[in-house]
Design a binder for this molecule. Structure first.
Ligand SMILES: C[S@@+](CC[C@H](N)C(=O)[O-])C[C@H]1O[C@@H](n2cnc3c(N)ncnc32)[C@H](O)[C@@H]1O
Length: 312
């Protein structure tokens, strides 16, 4: 018997969702997430910061799929640590580090993070750019942009422009400008129920449908902002097909030069994207995207697709 209260909509939805082990999902929702962080190599060497953390009683284990990522145990709450306040580390869920690894930012690139606040993935992109190139970090919410700005400053990021705009309209002024774009979309958060059980209580299919409409507009705008040959990563921390496969399927139907690419992430357990849903046959390319269930790694659930904009 789960301690979490599920809305009727969610109970119905989960019973219809393909490829889900319900018992394991409920168990994962009740488990606290592992405490994870990234070392900020923009401020000091990885070894120096690790030494500092160890001397203060933390045990740390590297996260195989994320450069500079670690799981922490022991020590005081990382959120209250001096290392966090000084921006020597960034606290972020282990699976949340995967989308930027899939984007694979390289020094010198021009990268757009379309839905960036509060900045976990923007700070990660900036770190991998190593001060060369430009990051444009955008969000539609003024309140959340304040947090984004303060996190980027705390992390010591210099080569970043912050914009406050509706991502759906971004391609009107930034068409074919970027080498890479990340859309870490607003979503119904079924991959992170263990962080807040309230998500399960207030979840509704109506919200999912509204989000799916928004996500389709965001992914299309993001794709149009890419230079030919550019890479788009679409990610969510949810499990619904409407917010994941159907959004990428929509992009593939709308832009004939969009192709999904294979993803390889060391040590992360995941399953292929779904290509058949309620009698609907989706594009076979979608099997190259990945679904990560909360019980796959006893951490967050995510969906990640890597899409290339073919040139010519
Ligand atoms: C999942 S959160 C992003 C988390 C962020 N990428 C990180 O790693 O810290 C989704 C974000 O999308 C933003 N958002 C919602 N609608 C948007 C829109 N139309 N244009 C741009 N951003 C939007 C929300 O304000 C929210 O900050």
């Amino acid at each position: 018997m789960s301690k979490i209260v599920f809305s009727e909509d969610l109970k119905n939805y989960l019973s219809r969702l393909p490829d889900v082990e319900l018992d394991l999902l409920l168990e994962a929702y009740e488990r606290p997430l592992p405490e994870a962080f990234r070392i900020n190599t923009l401020k000091a060497s990885e070894e120096k910061i690790l030494e500092r953390l160890r001397s203060r009683g933390y045990a740390v284990e590297p996260i195989p799929w994320a450069r500079h990522g670690y799981i922490a145990s022991g020590g005081e709450d990382l959120g209250k640590s001096l290392e966090h306040m000084l921006g020597l580390i960034y606290i972020q869920g282990p699976v949340s580090m995967a989308p930027v690894e899939v984007l694979d930012p390289r020094p010198g690139e021009i990268i757009l993070d379309l839905c960036a606040a509060p900045g976990s993935k923007s700070t990660q992109i900036a770190q991998l750019l190593r001060g060369e190139g430009v990051l444009v970090a955008n969000d539609v919410s003024f309140e959340r942009v304040k947090a984004l700005s303060s996190n980027l400053q705390r992390f010591g990021v210099l080569n970043c422009v912050i914009t406050l705009a509706d991502g759906r309209k971004y391609s009107r002024f930034a068409q074919e400008l970027f080498d890479k774009v990340l859309v870490d979309a607003p979503c119904s958060s079924l991959g992170i129920v263990s962080k807040s059980w309230g998500i399960a209580r207030s979840w509704s299919i109506g919200i999912v449908k509204r989000l799916s409409e928004l996500q389709r507009k965001l992914i299309l705008a993001a794709f149009d902002c890419l230079k030919p040959g550019g890479i788009l990563v679409y990610s969510t921390c949810t499990l619904t097909i409407e917010e994941n496969e159907l959004v990428v399927n929509w992009l593939l139907e709308s832009r004939e030069n969009a192709r999904v690419e294979e993803i390889k992430l060391n040590g992360l357990r995941y399953r292929p994207g779904i290509t058949e849903y309620e009698g609907m046959r989706l594009n076979d390319e979608l099997s190259k995207a990945i679904r990560i269930m909360p019980y796959d790694n006893w951490a967050e659930g995510f969906y990640i697709a890597r899409i290339v904009k073919e040139a010519g």
